[in-house]
Design a protein around this ligand. Structure first.
Ligand code: BG6
Length: 493
């Protein structure tokens, strides 16, 4: 790892796109404002459109419009940004880009460090990587790193092909694959909560935990992304990456050291221990859903199939619930339930760890029911943890009542909680790959998900099967009920 104030020329391919505008420029600004980026940086925006530096800088300034920091001169900040119109197929354009990088490297004294950020349609990644290498842009005196956005393939085979292409130009330790959930403050907090507390780690196994639930629900539908999403669905869009990454962090063994290699090694072991399903078993473990029209906040919203860019007969899942088993010593017999969907009743990501009931509970009677002990990790929009325990009821009886102990990360430090992309950009510039996905993780996740996707593609689902603004299809509840459990969010609120 290098210094905390890294120096680099950042080259963003897809600079006119939505992600760059919504996430990358504001994140670079926040790093700059928070003193995490020295003056030794430049950003080159690369895309097809024939913009000038001035047009680009105006767009960058628009993207940070809602920041109001009296000490920061936004024109000075924007002067670090340069625009380079570019055709990926045209090798001469690479030479022009090389010249611009060199010029800015000298001007901003960035020590020859280069960060390439691919924020564009993945079908161009291979050509782009190959041309960057053949035209000499990947060879420099400083470091060269590649940040690459999802989707990383649409199944194992396509991910492997993509990876092979990229690996022709960049080595694995130069590649930073983004999973923005790994940049979220409370996702990063999972390891700390687990491995810095004597209270939890000894109980973190099949002796004491009955089940674990990971939910990531969204209120929005697919909006303008129908064309991409209809070929993907919730399984590939959310489960293959974000959900399995959270699962791996929750289930992994303590690493022997906090190095990227050791942490990754433990996560990989979890993914390897995931119980492989064959296609006939998929219906016992997975539930898929697709939203119908419905009324959300008083507004009538259309069904998924009536959305832009979506096939009116679409068989694509906008909701997935699953029961995953991790067949290792620690977790044998403990179900991990995951659930994610669009157009649900609230935007929320939460992890609920349900502890087993006591062998005998003295306070249990029909009138005064004790509640299971739960540890809830609130990932978003609230950030924090809540521990649900039982305590004496404030009356003359020796009865119990459920109480909660809460820590709210938002109220502690709301202003300074970094954005996921801000953290990830900073990590990459410092050469810390802990919160990025290694190829081994990507490969194992796709291999697991491919079986489900194949089974589903062979059978038309009975869609739509949940109303917009609801909690998803009823089958998702049954998935837990048949094991004697239920989703906790409904009851814990
Ligand atoms: C993205 C998916 O990776 O994550 C989107 O492609 C989804 O479909 C998004 O909406 C959810 O991210 P967040 O941070 O809003 O929970």
């Amino acid at each position: 790892m290098t210094t905390n104030n890294p120096k680099a020329v950042i080259v963003i391919f897809g600079a006119t796109g939505d992600l760059a505008n919504r996430k990358l420029y504001p994140s670079i600004y926040r790093l700059y404002r928070n003193g995490k980026l020295s003056d030794n940086f430049a950003v080159i925006g690369v895309a097809r459109r024939p913009w000038t530096n001035d047009v680009f800088r105006d767009k960058v300034k628009e993207s940070i419009d809602n920041f109001d920091d009296p000490h920061i001169d936004k024109d000075e900040f924007a002067s670090h940004f340069h625009y380079n119109p570019f055709d990926i197929q045209d090798l001469e354009h690479y030479q022009e880009l090389e010249a611009l990088i060199k010029e800015l490297d000298a001007k901003h004294e960035t020590d020859g460090n280069r960060l390439f950020y691919f924020s564009m349609a993945p079908n161009f990644f291979g050509t782009l990587a190959a041309n960057l290498k053949s035209e000499g842009l990947t060879t420099t005196q400083g470091w060269t790193r590649l940040v690459i956005e999802k989707p990383f393939g649409h199944d194992y085979q396509s991910a492997k092909e993509l990876n092979d292409q990229i690996r022709e130009a960049f080595s694995e330790d130069q590649i930073y694959r983004i999973d923005h959930y790994l940049g979220k403050e409370m996702v990063q907090n999972i390891e700390v909560i687990r491995f810095a507390n004597a209270l939890f780690e000894p109980l973190w196994n099949n002796q004491y935990i009955s089940n674990i639930q990971i939910t990531s629900s969204e209120v929005l539908g697919v909006e303008e992304r129908g064309r991409y999403y209809d070929g993907a669905g919730a399984l590939k869009d959310m489960v293959q990456n974000h959900m399995l990454q959270m699962l791996a962090l929750i289930a992994m063994d303590p690493p022997i050291k906090l190095t990227p290699e050791e942490i990754r090694g433990e996560k990989v072991k979890v993914l390897r221990a995931l119980r492989k399903l064959n296609e006939n078993e998929v219906d016992d473990y997975f539930v898929r859903g697709q939203y119908d029209k419905g009324i959300v906040n008083g507004e009538e919203l259309p069904a998924y199939r009536d959305g832009n860019g979506v096939d009116p007969e679409s068989n694509t899942d906008t909701f997935v619930a699953a029961k995953l088993m991790i067949d290792n010593f620690r977790w044998a017999g403990v179900p991990f339930y995951i659930r994610t969907g669009k157009r649900m009743n609230r935007k929320s990501t939460e992890i609920v760890v349900e502890f087993k009931d006591l062998p005998m509970n003295l306070y249990y009677d029909k009138e005064h029911e004790t509640k299971s002990n739960l540890l809830v990790i609130h990932v978003q929009p609230d950030e924090g943890i809540t521990l649900h325990v039982n305590a004496k009821k404030g009356d003359y009886n020796a009865s119990s009542t459920p109480i909660t102990l809460s820590y709210d990360n938002n109220s502690e430090d709301k202003m300074n909680t970094p954005e996921a992309y801000e953290t990830l950009l900073h990590d990459c510039m410092r050469g810390d790959s802990t919160n990025f996905t290694h190829w081994d993780e990507v490969a194992l996740s796709w291999q697991f998900v491919d079986v489900i996707a194949n089974a589903w593609s062979k059978k038309k689902a009975d869609f739509p099967n949940y109303t917009s603004g609801s909690n998803g299809p009823e089958e998702a509840d049954l998935l837990l009920n048949k094991d004697g459990f239920e989703w906790w969010d409904v009851k814990s609120e």
